[in-house]
Ligand binder design. Structure first.
Ligand SMILES: [Zn+2]
Length: 100
């Protein structure tokens, strides 16, 4: 029985090749991303995710605007209310459209 697999994050090594980043992981990285504080390998992974993920590109755009409007530092944690809304958006985006 050797099929016990650890989640990728548990390895603590984001630079393990295939650059598979989840939306929630991007959200967690996002303040460092805006702050230019990510290691280049992680940043490249994040860039690729944003390029392919509509939800995260919208999120990033909104965060940039929020920073401009409020003058807040991106170092601030994402307010939990915003985070909750975002997770709702992500859920809608990722769930199969049941209607129509
Ligand atoms: Zn995403």
């Amino acid at each position: 029985m050797t099929d016990l697999r650890l989640p990728k994050r548990a390895t603590g090594d984001p630079d393990d090749g295939d650059g598979d980043l989840r939306c929630i992981e991007f959200v967690e990285l996002e303040t460092e991303y805006l702050d230019g504080a990510l290691p280049s390998t992680v940043r490249a992974t994040a860039d690729r995710h944003v390029a392919e993920c509509h939800g995260c590109s919208v999120f990033l755009d909104q965060m940039r605007r929020a920073i401009v409007v409020t003058g807040a530092s991106p170092r601030e944690d994402v307010p939990s209310l915003i985070l909750e809304r975002l997770l709702g958006v992500f859920r809608e985006l990722s769930s199969p459209a049941g209607g129509a």
